[in-house]
Design a protein around this ligand. Structure first.
Ligand SMILES: Cc1ncc(COP(=O)(O)O)c(C=O)c1O
Length: 122
């Protein structure tokens, strides 16, 4: 059996299959302001279960997810080290400065892999 290749580089390199299109067309929808969309809620519950977290939150945009995640894990006045080709560098402009008060510094780690310590020893 040939393994199925799933390309997770970006949503932009994939297109929905006929089955995915059918699932979207047939999905139960609700009011995501009033009481939540049932399909989205089920997706969030499923992801939380898979990841073993208390909750999960679906973001319809990668930029929104990046900016929200950074706001949660950074503090204003700190610096964010980014690989030079990161989406945050080439497409999100000053979003992280405007929304989280964090400055960006580009790095050029070998093969894009950072090996810096996660916590400061100073
Ligand atoms: C790593 C990464 N972050 C963010 C985005 C932006 O996603 P969106 O266009 O949904 O805001 C992309 C889009 O391809 C991405 O690859």
């Amino acid at each position: 059996m040939t393994p199925t290749l799933i390309d997770l580089r970006s949503d932009t390199v994939t297109t929905p299959s006929p089955g995915m299109r059918r699932a979207m067309a047939d999905a139960e929808v609700g009011d995501d302001v009033l009481d939540g969309d049932p399909t989205t809620r089920r997706l969030e519950e499923r992801i939380a279960e898979l990841l073993g977290t208390g909750d999960a939150l679906f973001f319809p945009s990668g930029t929104q997810a990046n900016q929200t995640g950074l706001a949660l894990v950074t503090e204003p006045g700190t610096e964010l080290l980014l690989e030079g080709n990161a989406h945050l560098v080439h497409s999100e402009m000053a979003g992280v400065a405007a929304l989280s008060g964090v400055s960006r510094t580009r790095t050029a780690p070998p093969a894009g892999a950072c090996s810096m310590p996660r916590e400061s020893t100073g």
